[in-house]
Each structure stands twice: as structure tokens, then as C-alpha cells.
Design a protein around this ligand. Structure first.
Ligand SMILES: [Zn+2]
Length: 482
């Protein structure tokens, strides 16, 4: 586990003297925008070879949902490493340990007014607890003020995840903290999507045992309880789980294409997923696109000016553990940029994520790929809660693709329906074609004047895009500046 101390961060500088001078005299190996024949080969190959689709099917159907540290996760990693070998690429495992969580049998059942097992899924880091029964009370959106008129001590709090009017919704971890402070014994979150779906996720981002037993329940059964409680009727529920928190050993998978320069571009996608479904969209597709990128680079652009490192991160869903470990382990590496792919469908543009120096480059790529429908062009808006986050917080420029998924594909996010049948081959081909060109060009463009931000610059960047508040709530704000 790696808690960041930004202010202790050592910024390393590039050795830009004699070596760089010598290298700058070499002919460009892959001139910017100049080698369209190689682009065209890559793009064509992204559409005529669909091994990445077959790999994704194998990972989804033979390994299944890949929670960090689980047997399915291990099996999926083995399949991936073997398939990379068949491309002639030796990938290595970079092991790490992290606060993990092992799912056991769990049950949430109504006992009053009728006996019925509810469809539920516990949030990760809920630690095993004995069966208990308690009355349920409704606390609306879970804000502190909702507790003024209700007594929740020793009871189970029911909270809706629908959007509160004129307020931003609380994170589930905030709802848990507030309910625990008021003496609640457990908490039920009513999912805001209808269609009998729950929502897997974590109870906190620190990997600590949850303050309360916390479960996601369906919109339909949640609204039913809400109606009964608003009508002053008694509702009682039992809860039980055998899941447990444990420190786990696992690994990221890394493949490297050494360049002329050691300065590198990291391209990442999280390999782990939730386990009710198969983690096909989140993030089997990102993992498969990364596999296809390896294939394209191996065949069409194995040697570039910058080093390219492809990383399948583990433990993203449980708390970004793999990317956090990677950034610490590679702190001395000179990383030009990190490109993240998470639920990447058909690209519609690029995201410079606040690192302005990459905007002209990305615009150039978007303009030259005129046959693709990159209608979003280049946006410049960083987000949080995927593997780029730790790179960004430690000052390393990050970027991603804007992408489209058909409605049905994103609908089953963190649910049982995230299965291979949802994946369109087209997502993989479209994304691999574009990311292939993007990475190939970036790895040979020496004109970009980029630098790693120091802690002060990074804190300012986060504030500029109003991400500081959320980072503080997630307990991911490690800057001294307020
Ligand atoms: Zn994801």
C-alpha cells in the first residue's frame, strides 16, 4: 500500500546534455505525421486481426470477474501472459501487496412485514459479522441534517442514491461515516437505476474495514421499503456476511518496448474487475485494447525514440492499488506521459486532462485521422478514480481518449450484466487503431515541451478543475496547501 506524501516528492530532472545533443542529430525514426504508411498498416491490422476479441472472450468466460487477489484474477493474468508470449512478447509481473477483500457468503433479508431475501451486494471492505436483525429507518439522501428528526441508534439506515434536489450527492463513504456517527448498526443504499440492479463498489478508498455493514439494494425493493417507512409501518431486516478484509499479494503485468531514450510513455488499463459479472466492459475492453496495442507495436513499430511501457494494473476497483504501487516503484523513471484506458469504446476524441502542452499534439492527431469520427476533438478536463489518478497527483502528465459505448453497454456498470456478450468487436478495432497511431506518434515526437509538475503546481491544477474537494472526501488529498 502506498500513501502518497507529495511534499516529500523528489522531482527528478532529465539529463539533457551531451546524450540529448547527440540523439537530436539522429534522423527521426518516426517523423511526426510523416510516416502515414506505417499508420495505415497499423490501422488496417487493427481491423483485420481480432485476436484481442478472442482473448477477451477467453478471459471473461474461462476466468470470469477478476477481483484483485481472487483465483479468477490469477487465472485471467495467466491467460494474458500466455497470449502475450504467443505474440513474442515477454511480459513480467511486478508484484505488490495491498489491502484486499475476500468475498464470502452474504445475505440481507426482510423479516417484517414479510419474510423475503432481498437482492443485495455488499460494498467491498465490509468485514465479516454475525447475523443481526434491526428495525430500518429512512434517512433520505444521507445528509447529516436528515438525522435531526430520527433516532437511528442500533438501527439500519436506508439511504437513497437518487440525486438530491439542488445539492450534490454524498459519496457512499460519506453516508457511511455520517450514519456511523449517529450510532447506526448498518446501512442500505437504494440503487438509483431501476431494473433490479445493484451497484458494486467500495465502502471507502483506504482499504480499511468498513465502519458499518453496508449493502447496495435494488431500486425496486428499496423504494418498497421507503414507501412502507414513509407510511409509518415497521420494517425489519437481517444482515450477515462472511466476507473479510485481508492484506493480499498480487501483481501488475508489464511489457516494455525499449526506445532510444529511457524516457517513457506509460499506457495503462486496469485488468481487475468486479465479480458479479465478467468485467467485460469495465475493463476487459481496455485490457484487450492494450493487448492489441502490443501486437501492433510488435509488428509495425517495435523501435521508437521514447520507451513505451504497457501496464495492466491490478486492484483498480478496490482502491487503485496497482497504479499506486507502480508510481511509487517507478518514481525515479522519467515518464513523459501516462495514457489511461478504462471502459474505452469507440474513440470520439482525446482528453489532455489539464496538461495543456499536449493539446496541439492531440489536435494534430485528431486532424490527421480525418476518416474517424473524432467529433469531440480535444477536450481538456481531468477526472478521478481511475489509474491515471495517482500519476496525475504525482505530477506526471496524463491523457485518455473520449469514447462512445452504446447505451446497453454502460448500463450494466458494476453489475451482473457486464458480460462478454455486450462487447462490440468494433470498440476494440476502433480504439486499437487510434491508440496505435497516438502512441506511435507520441513516442517519436521530440517537440513536446512537457515537464513533471511539482506538488504546488499539481495542487493548483486540481483546484483549477475543482477536484480538490472530492479528493479530500476520498482522503486522497496529500498536499500541504489547503
Ligand atoms: Zn474501470
Amino acid at each position: 500500500m502506498s500513501f502518497i506524501r507529495m511534499n516529500g516528492l523528489k522531482m527528478h530532472t532529465r539529463k539533457t546534455t551531451i546524450v540529448a545533443l547527440f540523439l537530436s542529430l539522429l534522423p527521426a525514426m518516426y517523423a511526426v505525421g510523416g510516416d502515414k504508411s506505417r499508420w495505415n498498416e497499423m490501422i488496417g491490422s487493427a481491423y483485420t486481426d481480432n485476436r484481442s476479441y478472442a482473448l477477451l472472450q477467453q478471459i471473461c468466460d474461462e476466468a470470469g470477474g477478476r477481483v484483485m487477489g481472487s483465483p479468477s484474477n490469477e487465472k485471467g493474468m495467466s491467460i494474458l501472459v500466455e497470449e502475450l508470449k504467443s505474440l513474442g512478447v515477454e511480459a513480467r509481473k511486478e508484484p505488490f501487496t495491498a489491502p484486499g477483500w475476500i468475498r464470502g457468503a452474504q445475505e440481507v433479508s426482510m423479516t417484517v412485514p414479510i419474510r423475503r431475501q432481498l437482492r443485495s451486494i455488499e460494498l467491498a471492505y465490509v468485514d465479516h459479522h454475525e447475523t443481526f436483525e434491526a428495525p430500518v429507518v429512512f434517512a433520505e439522501f444521507g445528509f447529516d441534517e436528515s438525522y435531526a428528526s430520527i433516532d437511528v441508534a442500533g438501527k439500519i439506515v436506508l439511504v437513497t442514491q437518487q440525486r438530491p434536489p439542488e445539492k450534490s450527492p454524498l459519496l457512499r463513504l460519506e453516508c457511511i461515516e455520517i450514519a456511523a456517527r449517529h450510532g447506526a448498526k448498518g446501512i442500505l443504499f437504494i440503487n438509483d437505476r431501476n431494473g433490479t440492479m445493484t451497484l458494486e463498489g467500495v465502502s471507502n478508498f483506504e482499504g480499511k474495514p468498513s465502519l458499518l455493514p453496508a449493502y447496495s439494494i435494488t431500486f425496486e425493493e428499496g423504494k418498497w421499503m421507503e414507501r412502507l417507512l414513509k407510511d409509518a409501518q415497521e420494517v425489519r431486516v437481517t444482515m450477515k456476511t462472511e466476507s473479510r478484509c485481508a492484506v493480499l499479494s498480487t501483481a501488475n503485468i508489464v511489457a516494455t518496448f525499449p526506445g532510444v531514450s529511457k524516457r517513457k510513455i506509460v499506457v495503462g488499463a486496469h485488468f481487475d474487475s468486479w465479480d458479479m459479472g465478467q468485467g467485460a466492459i469495465d475493463n476487459g475492453i481496455g485490457s484487450a485494447i492494450l493487448f492489441d496495442l502490443v501486437r501492433l507495436l510488435k509488428s509495425h513499430a517495435p523501435k521508437n525514440y521514447y520507451t513505451i511501457e504497457l501496464v495492466w494494473f491490478n486492484g483498480e476497483e478496490l482502491g487503485l492499488w496497482g497504479s499506486k504501487d507502480y508510481v511509487v516503484a517507478h518514481d525515479k523513471d522519467d515518464i513523459l506521459a501516462m495514457i489511461n484506458m478504462d471502459m474505452t469504446g469507440t474513440p470520439t476524441g482525446f482528453n489532455a486532462m489539464g496538461f495543456d502542452e499536449f493539446i496541439p499534439f492531440l489536435k494534430g492527431i485528431a486532424t490527421q485521422l480525418s476518416g474517424f469520427d473524432l467529433k469531440d476533438g480535444v477536450v481538456n478536463q481531468p477526472g478521478l478514480s481511475s489509474d491515471h489518478q495517482e500519476f496525475m497527483l504525482r505530477g506526471i502528465p496524463t491523457m485518455s481518449m473520449q469514447a462512445h459505448l452504446d447505451d446497453d453497454m454502460g448500463k450494466y456498470y458494476h453489475e451482473m450484466g457486464d458480460t462478454f456478450d455486450k462487447v462490440s468487436k468494433r470498440y476494440l478495432s476502433d480504439a486499437a487503431a487510434i491508440v496505435g497511431v497516438l502512441v506511435g506518434e507520441l513516442a517519436n515526437d521530440r517537440s513536446i515541451d512537457s515537464h513533471r509538475r511539482n506538488a504546488k503546481e499539481t495542487a493548483e491544477l486540481m483546484k483549477k478543475f475543482k477536484l480538490d474537494d472530492r479528493l479530500k472526501k476520498m482522503k486522497e488529498w496529500n498536499f500541504k496547501e489547503q
